[in-house]
Structure formats: C-alpha cells, structure tokens
Design a protein around this ligand. Sequence first.
Ligand SMILES: C[S@@+](CC[C@H](N)C(=O)[O-])C[C@H]1O[C@@H](n2cnc3c(N)ncnc32)[C@H](O)[C@@H]1O
Length: 251
Amino acid sequence: MSTPPPTGFAEAAASVADVEGWMTPGQARRLWDCASAVKPGGRIVEIGSFRGRSMIVLAKAIADGVELIAIDPHAGNDRGPQEFEGFEEHAAEDNVVFQRNLEAAGVADKVRHIRKYSHEALADVAGELDLLYIDGAHRFVPARDDIRRWSRRLRPGGDLLIHDSFSSIGVTAALIVELFFGSGFRYLGRSQSMTHYRREHLTPGERVRNAGRQLAQLPWFVRNVIIKALIMVRLGKVTRAFGHDPSMWPH
Ligand SMILES: C[S@@+](CC[C@H](N)C(=O)[O-])C[C@H]1O[C@@H](n2cnc3c(N)ncnc32)[C@H](O)[C@@H]1O
C-alpha cells in the first residue's frame, strides 16, 4: 500500500524543507497554529520574508479571505546571521527566489509583497492586524521600531510573534525596552527563539508576573550569546557542552 501524501501542517512543513532560512519545525508549527486561527476578513503581516520559508507556511495555513502581506525590501541588508551589510549583490536574487519559491509552493496569489523597509510600509497596510510576525532587521533600533510601530496595529487579542528573541542581542534589548514591563502584551511562551505575545491589557499584578516570565528566559539568552561567541572564535565544538549542535546558529 502506498503512503498517502502529507496534508495540512505536515504538507506545509515538507514544502519548505529545501527553502533557505532559519525557521525551525517547532517555529513553523507555531506560525501555522496562529495563522490558521485567523478568521476570514482578518489580516496578517510578516516583516522580513527573505526567500519565503516562513511566508509559505503562513500562506498554506490561512483560510480563504485572510489578507496576507509580506514586507521585505530585499535590499541585501540584515539578511541573516552575521549578514548585516554588504550583501547588495544578493538583493535582486533574493527577490527573484522569493517569488519563485511562492510560485513553486502554489501560494503566490495569496501573498501581497510590499518591497519596502518596514518603517516605509506603515501607510501601505490599512486596518487592524490579527497576526504580526517580526523577523526583519535584528539590530536594536530597527527591531525596537518594528515592535513599537507595528505591534500597536494589532487588534486587541491579536498575536505577535518575534523571531530571534533571547538569541539576538538587538532583538532581546528591544523586547526588554518595549515588552518586558509594559501592560499591553501578555507573554505566552516561545518555540526556541520565536516568542509569542498576545495584545491584552494586563492588571498591575499580571504585569509583574508577565515581566517575571520574560526575565526567566534570560539565562537561555546568555547561553545563546556564549554559543555564538564560541562559534565565532572557531570553538564551535565546545558548544556541545551546552547540548548544542555546533553546525547550527542558535535560533
Ligand atoms: C532573517 S531573514 C527573514 C527570514 C524569513 N522570515 C524566513 O523564515 O525565511 C530577514 C529578512 O529581513 C529583511 N529586512 C531587513 N531589514 C528590513 C526592514 N527594515 N524591513 C523589512 N524587512 C527587512 C531582509 O531583507 C531579510 O530578507
């Protein structure tokens, strides 16, 4: 008897197995669960789409009638780990491969791509968001600005996912400044470095507990910074002592 082809999440995960990017299977599952909960008429924004790995999962998860928007300038900056500047010659290729990957996955017509930096795209998206996924520039100022400017576009009860939390120093500093101690977002947990918040108003007591739950992630952040430092000084093998696979950048 032949094995039936995978469907639903398994099919989506299989379809991005060869798409370049840093999203882990556990993170794909969280994206899938959040996106598939958005009702028709709802709206999802992803900041930082690169070559489409996470966008394809989102596109395969959504119901008919959900608007899905990818914001990425494909300008060669902040492409991935240690790729902050100097990748301009890859910019056009990233854009072409992104479109090609969406087409190959059969989801190109579900995605509106705004080829701009996130801070230039605010006026291109009308109305409230049900789900916001931030995975754009990871340096402190743009990461903070993405959280500050875009998360207020979420409707009450909307979901906020942020990649490279407690992994990237810039993103983690942005979380501390924007989300740790505020009363507007409840921390729900994380899939490796993908944190999950929900837009809710917190009472003073909830606010203290919310800060405590996020502060409790800092030892994992310190571990990741040490692992990155060891990889950068070519002592990757030592990271096995932390239960880490030395061939992987922590995500
Ligand atoms: C880590 S990659 C995104 C990976 C993608 N989410 C995935 O899972 O495949 C970061 C992307 O952010 C984009 N980017 C950099 N600066 C940006 C900005 N200011 N606004 C939006 N996207 C940006 C880069 O072009 C790059 O494609």
